[in-house]
Design a protein around this ligand. Structure first.
Ligand code: COA
Length: 157
C-alpha cells in the first residue's frame, strides 16, 4: 500500500466531494432555500488529500479568518480506510501549513463524540463551547457543534 498526503489539485475536487458526501459533509452552494450553508465550497488552495495507490481516500481543508485565526474544514476519510492514520496525517498537514503562515489559534467544530475525543487526545484541543447548526449537516440527529480550540503557539507535532 502506498499512501501520499499532498496538496489538493483541481482534478481531486470531485473525488474529495464524494468522500465528504458519504459523511453528509459536502459543501453546497448558497441557494434561495439555503442562503447560509455550513460549508459552501472547498478551497483548493487550503486543502490536502490522501492518495492511496492513486485513489483519493481522504481530504482536509481550512479557512483563514484573520492573520492569526483559522478554522478547520472538511476533514474526512473514506469509511473503507478509517483507522489507518490517514486522518491524523491530513490533520497534521493542515496544522503545519497554518503554523507556517503564522496562524496562532485554530477553531474546529465537530459533532461526533469519537472525533471530539480524537482531536483532544491526539492534538491537545480544548472544548470552548457549542454552536447551533444552521441545517442538517454531518450527523442528522445532533443539532449543535462542539467548538474546540488549539493553540498553535505551543502545539508541537
Ligand atoms: C475523524 C476521521 C477524519 C479520523 O480519520 P482516521 O484516518 O480514521 O483517523 P486515524 O486512523 O488517524 O485515527 C483514528 C483513531 O481511531 C481508531 N480507529 C480504529 N479503527 C477505527 C475505525 N474503523 N473507525 C474510526 N476509528 C478507528 C484508530 O486506532 C485511531 O486511534 P489511535 O491512533 O489512538 O489508535 C475519520 O474517522 C472520519 O472521516 N470521520 C468522519 C468525519 C468526521 O468526523 N470528520 C471530522 C470533522 S471535524
Amino acid at each position: 500500500m502506498s499512501v501520499k498526503i499532498r496538496k489538493m489539485r483541481s482534478e481531486d475536487y470531485a473525488a474529495s466531494m464524494q468522500i465528504l458526501d458519504k459523511w453528509n459533509m459536502a459543501p453546497v452552494a448558497p441557494s434561495a432555500t439555503l442562503q447560509n450553508p455550513e460549508r459552501s465550497e472547498l478551497d483548493i488552495e487550503h486543502s490536502f488529500v490522501a492518495e492511496r495507490d492513486g485513489v483519493i481516500v481522504g481530504v482536509s481543508s481550512y479557512i483563514v479568518h484573520s492573520p492569526e485565526l483559522a478554522e478547520t474544514a472538511s476533514l474526512a476519510v473514506d469509511p473503507s480506510c478509517q483507522g489507518l492514520g490517514l486522518g491524523y496525517q491530513l490533520q497534521l498537514a493542515r496544522l503545519r501549513e497554518m503554523q507556517a503562515k503564522g496562524i496562532r489559534k485554530v477553531h474546529t467544530e465537530t459533532d461526533r463524540e469519537d472525533t471530539i475525543a480524537w482531536y483532544m487526545r491526539k492534538f491537545g484541543y480544548v472544548r470552548v463551547g457549542t454552536n447551533p447548526k444552521k441545517h442538517d449537516f454531518s450527523l442528522a440527529d445532533v443539532d449543535e457543534w462542539t467548538v474546540l480550540q488549539l493553540d498553535l503557539d505551543t502545539y508541537q507535532p
